[in-house]
Design a protein around this ligand. Structure first.
Ligand code: ZN
Length: 472
């Protein structure tokens, strides 16, 4: 170890201590942002998104960031950008991404006010506490500590805080095209992901995609008496159920061999170290007494959750209790979604599903299959280059262990977009969520120990990246 490395370690340690000493003030800053009901899917709250964007921009200016802007585009909610480029051209530039908008809370049984940060035990409850306000605030806190102690940052930093992540980032690519200078960087740190436990930091390297389709069965022009015609006229409702049953095994898992990827044994072995056992799944997923998680059947739970496709019935037009009558129905339909395995594309999934559903219609009914437009691409990433060992060293110092590679079973459109647009850059995906966070549901919470370790890790991350990554 060179003398300058030792010196730089000492500075980073002092910065980390400063960040830790300021932790209560950081929680206060976060709590203030959480009072804004910045719900991007609800036009009644668009003003709150805009107000929050302005508040963040004004705070960043006060904290000494340069080029602070509320970025606007027609028909889009704003994003906030800012930078600190004082480390100069010999230092790498790190882009930090987070989002300021929130999921709705309507109709959810919260135990506390979702827009008032409430600390109970070691958790802070509020909508957006971990998804994703705590994520980017953990970086702001680390940067503030660097400024306080060292007068500046070891690398250049750009911030982009999006206002439309929770509605699928519909305009993020337009922001990238319109404001390319905001995204130009050497390494990207994207906060909005989960840690496998409050003790183990996670690095997200895969996402499942999302594909939706509609299935309809038709047989007769209008409803008819089931007593007069049952047994000689096809029943579209049972035909629909029979068709749906073709797609799944007895555990409700998508049972199409062509869509079940085989992962290397080495990957499976590592996946068994991920803390996802029956008990943790039971607790996190709120499984009721008397019901068990599904069997592993030779594949680790992490593989089923992250790397195998899953199918869900989103809605049906089967008769509902209020429409109950003794009749054969004219039509029955269902809308389904497939969580697409990382690395699989929509075309292969669509073809495999068509092959199963469009052969030999049950009862000879007319079957129509319509793919919904849009969806989300899956994503599979191989971390390579010096940024990742650097991140591991930073996390080792803050968490006592390096990042564990994990996946996300859901789809995060902004990640797939960054992956496609910046595939040649190191993309470090992490965040402050943990298995009990409950993002997108009632009683979302942030584990304060995780939050503190994230801040400290971000302090060291800037230091480590400044030495590991060569600017382009
Ligand atoms: Zn999020």
């Amino acid at each position: 170890m060179s003398e300058s490395t030792i010196e730089s370690d000492a500075v980073a340690d002092a910065v980390a201590a400063r960040a830790e000493a300021r932790f209560d003030a950081t929680v206060e800053r976060l709590s203030h942002y959480l009072t804004f009901p910045a719900i991007s899917c609800d036009e009644d709250h668009f003003d709150d998104v805009r107000r929050l964007a302005k508040q963040i921009a004004s705070d960043l200016s006060e904290l000494g960031y340069d080029n602070v802007r509320v970025l606007e585009l027609d028909g889009a909610l704003p994003s906030v950008s800012a930078e600190m480029m004082g480390a100069g051209p010999s230092a790498p530039t790190v882009l930090i991404y987070g989002h300021l908008d929130l999921q709705p809370v309507k109709g959810e049984p919260w135990d506390t006010d979702p827009h008032v940060a409430t600390i109970i035990g070691e958790r802070l409850f509020a909508r957006g506490s971990a998804d994703d306000m705590g994520g980017w605030v953990s970086h702001i806190a680390a940067i503030e500590a660097w400024r306080d102690v060292a007068g500046g940052l070891p690398c250049n930093v750009k911030l982009i805080i999006e206002g439309e992540e929770e509605i699928g980032s519909p305009n993020l690519e337009r922001f990238m095209d319109t404001y390319p200078e905001v995204f130009a960087s050497d390494v990207m740190v994207l906060t909005d992901c989960e840690n496998p436990s409050t003790e183990i930091p996670g690095l997200t390297v895969s996402l499942r995609g999302l594909l939706e389709f509609e299935l309809t069965c038709e047989a007769i022009a209008s409803d008819i008496h089931s007593g007069l015609w049952g047994n000689m006229v096809p029943d579209v409702s049972t035909a629909l159920v029979t068709l749906l049953a073709r797609l799944v095994d007895d555990n409700g898992r998508l049972a199409i061999d062509a869509l079940r990827p085989d992962w290397p044994d080495a990957w499976r072995k590592d996946a068994r170290n991920i803390p996802l056992d029956a008990d943790s799944i039971r607790e996190s997923a709120h499984i009721i007494d008397g019901v068990d998680p599904l069997p592993e059947d030779g594949r680790p739970a992490a593989e089923w959750l992250w790397r195998q496709p899953a199918i869900t019935i989103l809605s049906t037009t089967l008769p509902t209790p209020d429409r109950q009558k003794n009749a054969l129905r004219a039509s029955a339909g269902a809308t389904l979604s497939v969580r697409v395995a990382p690395g699989q594309n929509h075309d292969e999934v669509r073809e495999a599903i068509e092959a199963v559903l469009l052969k030999e219609a049950p009862s000879g009914v007319k079957v129509t299959l319509t793919m919904a437009p849009g969806g989300a691409e899956s994503w599979l990433y191989t971390p390579k280059g010096p940024a990742f060992p650097a991140a591991d060293r930073a996390y080792q110092k803050a968490w006592g262990r390096p990042l564990l590679e994990i996946g996300v079973g859901g789809s995060i459109p902004f990640v797939a977009l960054f992956g496609r647009r910046f595939s040649d850059l190191p993309l470090i995906l992490n965040g402050v969520m943990d298995p009990l966070t409950g993002a997108h549901g009632p009683n979302e919470s942030l584990h304060l120990g995780v939050f503190k370790k994230a801040i400290i890790a971000n302090v060291y991350l800037l230091d480590e990246l400044s030495r590991a990554v060569t600017p382009a």
